[in-house]
Design a protein around this ligand. Structure first.
Ligand code: TXA
Ligand code: MG
Length: 310
């Protein structure tokens, strides 16, 4: 307990001094900085080699603090009550007197916000006088980090501090909704959209293929293990790692499994670490079998499709 508090104190000190630290969330690790400080936020872009036109998600402890920066609407209140803290991000209207750095939003009138669930990160947020901008803790277009050691692998000694919170429980990024007008989906993620539609009592508009003004960050190439990846494959080639959804009877050397039984939550949780492992095991190519497009299978397929653009 004592060491947890001292680690949080350490992270806080770095953040207060305008430095970046890696933080655990229930989805993936984030590369965090003070969202009100342009000096701090610019360091995120530099470390990640991220284009400045790709805005960041701002993380809050709760909705009371959010009110200083954003306009609250009915849909947000409904969804917040049911799903936050948790793996969902809302795009909202930025208030004129908000203190959020213009580098976070790429000068836009909207901002993406989220309330993360991981205990350590919540404890940290509660103790800060500002919200935290945090993209996934990986070099731009690469695999996100789901363990402290992944963050190390991505940034080496360039990162000042990693708040180690173990392995991320969900393992894929948050689901992003645009709540500026009619609710629409900008990114498939850790929360099944069926559950969201049930609360809103209507179908979401799906805007996940737009690589345009709404979400310049959703470039087609993303989440790449850094080696070619083919999807919807029935039979792998000799030199390929073969990524399968569930354990098979014949267990070949190049077989990797997303889950023991056919469980989509488990598969999503394992996705990035297995892709990372395949690469670190020395494979130069990956084939992936067809994944059912249901529940979190939609999120897995979205990530695999983008990774296949390598
Ligand atoms: O689970 C997550 O969401 C993780 C953890 C760390 O919270 N964060 C994350 O951030 O995945 P990042 O930066 O890797 O992805 C955020 C996405 C980007 O594609 C960005 O373009 C989009 O959110 N985005 C940010 N602000 C936006 C805005 N105002 N309007 C539309 N899209 C926005
Ligand atoms: Mg990312």
């Amino acid at each position: 307990m004592k060491s947890i508090q001292s680690n949080i104190k350490k992270a806080k000190k770095y953040l207060n001094n305008n430095n970046c630290v890696a933080v655990p969330t229930e989805t993936v690790y984030g590369l965090a900085a003070n969202a009100y400080s342009s000096i701090a936020v610019k360091k995120i872009f530099k470390l990640k080699k991220r284009p400045l036109n790709n805005p960041l998600i701002v993380h809050y402890y709760n909705i009371n603090r959010l009110k200083e920066d954003c306009d609250i609407n009915e849909n947000l209140l409904k969804l917040y009550k049911k799903f936050s803290p948790g793996p969902i991000t809302y795009v909202l209207k930025l208030r004129k007197n908000s203190k959020i750095s213009k580098f976070v939003t790429n000068n836009k009138k909207s901002v993406a916000v989220r309330f993360p669930k991981h205990k350590l990160f919540r404890n940290l947020l509660k103790n800060l006088d500002y919200p935290v901008a945090a993209p996934s803790a990986n070099i731009s277009s690469r695999l996100s980090s789901v363990k402290a050691s992944d963050v190390k692998e991505e940034f080496g000694s360039k990162i000042k501090y990693i708040l180690n919170g173990g392995q991320c429980k969900i393992g894929v990024e948050s689901t992003i909704l645009n709540l500026l007008n009619k609710p629409s989906l900008l990114r498939y993620g850790g929360l099944d959209i069926k559950k969201i539609e049930k609360i809103l009592k209507k179908k979401l508009l799906i805007n996940t293929n737009l690589k345009d003004k709404i979400s310049p960050g959703l470039f087609p190439l993303h989440y790449s293990p850094g080696i070619p990846l083919r999807i919807n494959i029935k039979k792998s080639k000799k030199d390929e790692a073969f990524l399968l959804l569930k354990k098979r009877k014949s267990n070949l050397k190049n077989y990797y499994y997303l889950s023991k039984i056919k469980n989509m939550e488990e598969a999503a949780r394992n996705l990035y670490s297995i892709l990372r492992k395949i690469k670190n095991d020395g494979f130069k190519k990956i084939a992936v079998e067809k994944i059912p497009n249901k529940g979190l299978g939609k999120t897995i397929n979205d990530r695999l499709k983008r990774a296949s653009k390598y």
